[in-house]
Design a protein around this ligand. Structure first.
Ligand code: ZN
Length: 280
């Protein structure tokens, strides 16, 4: 569990729209939103070049700052998206969780909190999707003809090279075994996804910053009653009412999900229904 003296640090993605508006309105000064370095460089450069060119450079530098701003925001956000969480690396963004994350996953795919980051971002597969995946896997698979050793389709009952016909009973038995093997594999994968999503949610919920926000919203007498098998979702129970809570991927508490929110996904809806939980 996370210690209480390391509160979560909230890192928001930047908006390309805001950057474009700011740079259109304020030129190089507006670039400070997207990039402090960019803002400094362009402000000084625009000032000096405009002096030298009697203001002409002004019209060239202005569009450059708009583009620079948009690119800087996009780079900033893509860096942000590569971080599994922001807690440990907020002060050293270059050394970043990206390396830490790789380092952790190369050990045994787990970090100290027992979360397997290979799994937390994968969606759960429904039974229907598992069946589809098994079918697609078998259809694309090849096997060797036991008679001529040429490659034939895994699902073939007759070799197209030597016309050898595979024994019907043997064929069915092997196929049944293979389907079972694949189904077990995908079910196990689902379990891992759910397990890690829950672990991830629990970890962030235990942080001081998130806790404070929930307390502020619910005052008192609430409890976390369920963790959903999807990253960041949990159920807050207050009195006889349930609320769907959500923590952002970066550990930022997003609050209560209402039914109009895109976060109230079909999967979440199905899960709630299956578990008989009605949320406000
Ligand atoms: Zn053959």
């Amino acid at each position: 569990m996370e210690s209480q003296d390391h509160p979560n640090v909230v890192v928001q993605p930047k908006s390309a729209g805001i950057s474009i508006i700011l740079t259109i309105l304020f030129g190089p000064v507006g670039l400070f939103y997207a990039s402090v370095t960019g803002g400094l460089v362009m402000t000084v450069a625009t000032f000096l070049l405009s002096l030298m060119t009697f203001g002409l450079a002004f019209f060239i530098m202005w569009p450059i700052t708009i583009i620079w701003g948009a690119v800087a925001v996009s780079e900033y956000n893509s860096k942000l998206h590569n971080l599994p969480n922001t807690e440990n690396n907020n002060h050293t963004p270059q050394k970043s969780a990206e390396t830490e994350f790789k380092f952790n996953s190369s050990k045994d795919n787990k970090n100290a909190s027992g979360i397997d980051y290979d799994f937390i971002d994968k969606p759960l597969r429904s039974n229907l999707e598992i069946d589809k995946t098994i079918k697609a896997t078998l259809e694309s698979k090849m096997k060797k003809c036991p008679m001529c050793f040429e490659e034939i389709k895994y699902l073939a009952k007759k070799c197209k090279h030597c016309q050898y016909v595979i024994d019907e009973n043997k064929y069915n038995e092997v196929l049944k075994g293979k389907v079972l093997e694949l189904r077990t594999k995908y079910k196990k994968e689902n379990e891992n996804i759910a397990h890690n999503a829950i672990k991830f949610t629990q970890k962030h919920l235990s942080s001081n910053a998130v806790n404070k926000k929930i307390k502020k919203h619910f005052k008192d007498n609430y409890e976390i009653s369920h963790y959903l098998p999807y990253v960041g979702y949990f159920i807050i129970k207050k009195g006889d009412k349930n609320y769907l809570g959500y923590i952002h991927r970066f550990g930022e508490y997003k609050g209560i999900v209402n039914k109009e929110s895109p976060l109230y996904t079909q999967e979440v809806k199905n899960w709630l229904e299956k578990n008989g939980i009605h949320v406000e």
